[in-house]
Design a protein around this ligand. Structure first.
Ligand code: GAR
Length: 216
């Protein structure tokens, strides 16, 4: 069984997509052992509560400095003994010590087709604002392993989404979530749970024969 911890910061719609797939029985042999938020009172925590998943807050506001917060965050994640850490809209830079503690065992969903509109300063709505400013016709979402850079780790899955005339950042964000993020994040977890994902020379290899699904 793959034990996962999900880290969240806000609305938690990606967490919900994972919970729904788990409830539908299509995530494989996976147990969500804990949800951790860096923010109190966010909807993602209500979603965990509703699903009966243990949840806790590790907020930078409760620590004297970043280092102390980073240590507390790592301790909270480690205490859940996860096989996989899922960043589902977790808008906090992952401390290097966490990356070292979980090599190729942390995944992140990013709302663009990496390497476009990613890296420092590109998160949440800012990604979609930048995509609209540039006038791209196609954007999308990416699930990748987390390394010590920002959005630089090996790419697991990507899905394109068309930009439409008249899109606002909010409209585009919603379409990218609905058409891409909520699909590829649970899918990546299912592939990892099936043992179908490996990393060779910094690139991801997916063995679809193990996942029971052929590539679309
Ligand atoms: C999602 O669009 C996710 O891709 C993005 O934040 C949003 C969280 O929504 N993450 C990043 O920008 C990470 N760089 P959610 O809380 O409803 O899942």
């Amino acid at each position: 069984m793959l034990k996962i911890v999900v880290l969240v910061s806000g609305g938690g719609t990606n967490l919900q997509a994972i919970l729904d797939r788990a409830a539908a029985g299509s995530l494989g042999d996976v147990k969500i052992t804990c949800v951790i938020s860096n923010n109190r009172g966010v909807k993602a925590l209500d979603r965990a509560e509703q699903a009966g998943i243990p949840h806790r807050v590790v907020s930078p506001k409760d620590y004297p400095d970043r280092e102390a917060f980073n240590e507390a965050l790592l301790a909270a994640v480690e205490s859940a003994e996860p096989d996989l850490v899922v960043l589902a809209g977790f808008l906090v830079a992952i401390p290097p010590a966490m990356v070292q503690a979980f090599p190729h065992r942390i995944i992140n969903i990013h709302p663009s087709l990496i390497p476009a509109f990613c890296g420092k300063g590109y998160y949440g709505l800012k990604v979609h604002e930048a995509a609209l400013r540039r006038g791209v016709r196609v954007t999308g979402a990416t699930v990748h392993f987390v390394d010590e850079g920002t959005d630089t780790g090996p790419i697991i899955l990507q899905k394109p989404v068309a930009v439409q005339q008249g899109d606002t950042p909010e409209i585009l964000q919603r379409r990218v979530m609905e058409e891409a993020e909520w699909e590829i994040l649970p899918e990546a977890i299912a592939l990892i749970a099936a043992g179908a994902v490996s990393v060779e020379d910094g690139r991801v290899i997916i063995d679809r024969s193990l996942s029971g699904k052929e590539e679309k």
